[in-house]
Design a protein around this ligand. Sequence first.
Ligand code: FAD
Ligand code: NAP
Length: 451
Amino acid sequence: MAKVCVIGAGSSGIACCQVLDARGIDFDCFEKGSRVGGNWRYDNDNGMSSAYRSLFINTSRRMMQYATYPMPDDYPDYPHHTQIARYFDDYVDHFGLRDRITFNTKVTGVEPAVEGRWEVTLDDGTSPTYEAVLVANGHHWDPRWPEPPFPGQDSSVGDQLHSHHYREPDERFQDKNVLVVGIGNSATDIAVETSRHSRMTYLAMRRGAHVLPKYLQGKPTDELGTEFLSRLPFWLTRSLFARALKQAQGRMEDYGLPTPDHKLGDAHPTISSDLLPRIGHGRIRVKPTIERIDGKSVRFADESSVDIDTIVWCTGYRISFPFLSPDIVAAIDNRIALYRRVVHPDRPGLYFIGLVQPLGAIMPIAELQSEWIADVLEGKVALPKPDEMKRVIEREDRRMRKRYVASKRHTIQVDYYPYMRVLRRERKRTRGIRRALAERSHELRLPTPTG
Ligand SMILES: Cc1cc2nc3c(=O)[nH]c(=O)nc-3n(C[C@H](O)[C@H](O)[C@H](O)COP(=O)(O)OP(=O)(O)OC[C@H]3O[C@@H](n4cnc5c(N)ncnc54)[C@H](O)[C@@H]3O)c2cc1C
Ligand SMILES: NC(=O)c1ccc[n+]([C@@H]2O[C@H](COP(=O)([O-])OP(=O)(O)OC[C@H]3O[C@@H](n4cnc5c(N)ncnc54)[C@H](OP(=O)(O)O)[C@@H]3O)[C@@H](O)[C@H]2O)c1
């Protein structure tokens, strides 16, 4: 039977462990830090968490919980990061997985080895080999600074940090002029928080967003989307949702925000029930994109200038795999060609779990991706031939480029329910009888892509 390596014990890696363990598939899981939970472990000693002290989830708990292990009933709709980290601790203890994870161990290399195996190099100097590697190293830890930098950014005399390093509104923000750049969820959370401590917080963006509240019609907003609604045409659900949103909070322009250059659902959702009132209180001033920085002075595209003490670049993250050679995987501009966002079409045995940016939460997706790959490892289901996988990858890429705002943040987007249906369909893809018999007679340890 195959032995598998799982890289990372964040919420995606522990889902892999749970599924592999339940199937009786032998595995090692290596985690750089000393605890599980990845991003959700505030000040994680892996040095990679982007969580700030005040962070609450923005996907509701019922959407975020694993199918096999619901969050406690006494949790609020949108728990604090400490509760989320506790949930992941409880999950690994419930399934008895903690002893199966090797902590404080960083994977430094993953290379093809003989007989289709993979050699995994660890920072303890050892290099075990495996039939398959499940990469679950997360994609929100490697900060993306503005590319290219704004004119004058490098010689600015002001204080600058990326949202990845933001923890709390400390002295860098107290009574200061703060500029927050971006209109994603980091930007809105951080602008709202600093606006309670700064002299003034400015929020600069290069395009507008449809800011969604955490609740609509008395329900967590993401719970308004359902499996049933997701089967209706997208234009219809979009227009129903847009109408409910307009009734609840009007238009973005009513708050001085720019008109979004895209329709609702064509960008990763920005969710904040606090941003619009903070603008209304006059504590956050909206600005267009930066034109240039000159010392402390920041000049914006509307020709206004403000002296800024601290800039927080909430400009997103890079997808990166420092342990994989770019010949194997290169996520240039965050683009990575994977079948169903999981399978490398040319590298049998290399899989990526949790590498999605869903309209919904990552955890149940990572869980189902793991079930699918466990099916593949057990030889219960087949993968298409590489050429067919590449055709599907290209088709999905074309569809995504057509729908989403052109941005490096929109390269791995999936719609929660349709994507879960696709994964369920993949789990039913049986292998050709001839191929299955051939594999059995040759006692292959792992299935290779088949038709
Ligand atoms: C501020 C913020 C808030 C978010 N809020 C939400 C939310 O509300 N809902 C939601 O669904 N998503 C949210 N996300 C997205 C986030 O990516 C997921 O919640 C989740 O953390 C993904 O889990 P993961 O296991 O894939 O990655 P991570 O949580 O990043 O975990 C990766 C793990 O891999 C380990 N690792 C990495 N490299 C190595 C290596 N070389 N060797 C060994 N171990 C390694 C790390 O130490 C880490 O433990 C948020 C992201 C951010 C930045
Ligand atoms: N409370 C929460 O649960 C919470 C909080 C924070 C983050 N998150 C999650 O964490 C992930 C990352 O979010 P994020 O907000 O850090 O990143 P993000 O979603 O990638 O958003 C980056 C923002 O920066 C802008 N940007 C990028 N480069 C720019 C440039 N050069 N000039 C001007 N603007 C630029 C982007 O604009 P364009 O669209 O034009 O590219 C976008 O508005 C998301 O999944 C998010 O949902 C969740």
